[in-house]
Design a protein around this ligand. Structure first.
Ligand SMILES: Cc1cc2nc3c(=O)[nH]c(=O)nc-3n(C[C@H](O)[C@H](O)[C@H](O)COP(=O)(O)O)c2cc1C
Ligand code: SF4
Length: 406
């Protein structure tokens, strides 16, 4: 456990309202280093770090950075700060406690990709994060970190904030673009991908808050440092949102691949409630349950994918043996039925049927064949839904039945 936090190093140390304090704690040094390196070599650092996106899909960040760098302008950078995955709160803490870091990272991304404008799309239910970012953006304009000729680079970059309005689907990248464009947040069909035709139809780099903030130490310390942490194919520091029945819930920064057991015992102070572990939901509502036999699973993208699970955004919700898991499943099913945007039928109907069946089971009116029906609905949603919401709406529920948690 000799790990020194990097992404959260300034949290609780700096005054989030003070630009000078940020500068005094290493702030804007990564941007200065990027300007020394130039855009091409900065992108090369992100590629060499093998940073996998922290927003849920684990897509290699370097591929997106290079594609947007190579594209013709005008182009955009978007920070996905919608953070609506149940159980996930890492981006909120980064934005509330160290808002300048996200702003620096977005400016750096704009410089490296050649984008002239950036947006931070902040979850509507995060008023404090929004206020702190708003104040920080204004200070960055006054100090010359935003606007013309940033740090003498000749690059002009502008940054605006947008607030969500409480829709989970608006965290999906293309729905988020629609929302910024002032339209209803419906996902678009892909391809074209955002790097070709994203916001306002222009090449767009969209990354999660934690992905962007991870680029700052990559540029400052180099990709070899990043690769020296965690497993070779999923490297780097990772933020885990640990909640539920643990004695010390909260944000944990650990090397990628910390085991579930270590997360719960060493960081979370052990299981609370009955004190006996029943299961953990890893990856939020779109994730999967892990049971007592899986406590030694390394929580990294590849180890979890190999067992048919997903790390997603790094949410870990712990349940002790006193929890009625059917009620948990009912809540998850209701969540998806409520949040389905309705653009495609497999998800619109599938999430409602799934909820109805689970509600029936909870009311003691389950029928023979219900489980098979849930599996069929799940497969249809996975195979035929337009976006990740429908594709993952059954994973947690089916994994709970698989583990016989109910
Ligand atoms: C329903 C749904 C909700 C999502 N919500 C978020 C979110 O709140 N924050 C986020 O970063 N990514 C979210 N994503 C993933 C984004 O579509 C996209 O993959 C991500 O912003 C890319 O950033 P990354 O490569 O840095 O992970 C969501 C995806 C889906 C399907
Ligand atoms: S899968 Fe669900 S959320 Fe996604 S487009 Fe279809 S209806 Fe909307």
């Amino acid at each position: 456990m000799n790990y020194e936090p990097v992404l959260t190093a300034r949290i609780g140390v700096v005054d989030p309202a003070c630009l000078h304090d940020y500068e005094a704690h290493g702030g804007f040094q990564a941007l200065a280093r990027a300007v020394e390196l130039g855009p091409d070599r900065t992108v090369a650092q992100v590629e060499a770090a093998k940073l996998l996106g922290r927003g849920g899909a684990a897509f290699p960040a370097g591929i997106k950075w290079r594609a947007v760098h190579n594209a013709e302008g005008p182009k955009f950078v978007v920070a996905n700060a919608d953070e609506s995955e149940p159980g996930t709160f890492k981006d909120r803490i980064l934005m509330e406690k160290d808002p300048y870091a996200l702003i620096e990272a977005v400016i750096l991304a704009g410089y490296a990709t050649g984008a002239g404008k950036g947006f931070i799309y902040v979850r509507g239910e995060y008023p404090r994060a929004y206020q702190r970012l708003r104040q920080a953006v204004a200070r960055c304009y006054e100090a010359g970190y935003l606007g013309k000729d940033i740090l003498g680079s000749g690059h002009e970059f502008h940054l605006e904030l947008r607030r969500g309005a409480g829709a989970y689907i608006c965290g999906e990248e293309t729905a988020l673009f629609e929302s910024i464009e002032g339209k209803r947040g419906y996902p678009r069909l892909k391809p074209p991908f955002p790097t070709e035709a994203g916001l306002f139809g222009r090449p767009t780099l969209i990354n999660n808050v934690e992905s962007l903030v991870s680029v700052l130490p990559i540029v400052l310390r180099g990709p070899d440092w990043f690769n020296s942490i965690g497993p070779a194919n999923s490297p780097g520091p990772k933020l885990y949102s640990l909640s539920g029945r643990v004695r010390k819930p909260g944000l944990v920064e650990a090397p990628m691949g910390v085991t579930l057991r270590e997360l719960i015992e060493a960081h979370g102070g052990g299981v609370s409630g009955s004190g006996e572990f029943q299961a953990a939901l890893v990856g939020g509502a779109a994730g999967t349950f892990l049971g007592p036999d899986q406590l030694d699973t390394p929580l990294d993208f590849h180890s979890l994918a190999k067992m048919g699970a997903a790390l997603g955004s790094g949410a870990v919700i712990v349940f002790d043996t006193s929890v009625d898991m059917m009620q948990v499943l009912e809540r998850i099913a209701a969540f998806f039925a409520h949040e389905s945007c309705g653009k495609c039928y497999p998800c619109q109907l599938g999430t409602m049927r799934q909820r109805d069946i689970i509600q029936r089971m909870v009311a003691g009116q389950g029928r023979p064949g219900d489980l098979q029906l849930l599996r069929d609905i799940g497969q249809t949603m996975r195979d035929a839904s337009i976006c990740g919401l429908g594709q993952t709406a059954s994973s947690a529920i089916l994994s709970a039945f698989e583990l016989q948690l109910t």
